[in-house]
Write a protein that binds this ligand. Structure first.
Ligand code: ZN
Length: 93
């Protein structure tokens, strides 16, 4: 009896963890809108960081400026870096 109850609780716990993970992926990919409380906890790496190729700063994709180049989305910390990247890419092409 207790084993069944423990297994049930374990299942609920895992299901909730998987659900939260899925919701996080969907929210991060589609809207970029931070979930309630998600952005309010510093030091919790909830989001995958992207690297600014110009200055090397790590930025949060949902809040950073972005540019799509050759089917790849690149994120920048500022307009200055985005312009610098666009200028260099344009000069090469
Ligand atoms: Zn930068």
């Amino acid at each position: 009896m207790w084993r069944a109850l423990l297994l049930f609780l374990l299942f609920v716990f895992i299901a909730r963890a998987v659900w939260r993970l899925l919701m996080g992926v969907v929210q991060g990919a589609s809207t970029g809108t931070p979930a309630a409380g998600a952005g309010a906890r510093p030091g919790t790496p909830a989001v995958k960081m992207a690297r600014d190729p110009i200055c090397g700063t790590f930025v949060v994709p949902g809040k950073a400026l972005s540019l799509v180049a050759r089917g790849e989305t690149i994120y920048f910390c500022s307009e200055k870096c985005r312009d610098a990247y666009g200028a260099s890419a344009g000069a090469r092409a």
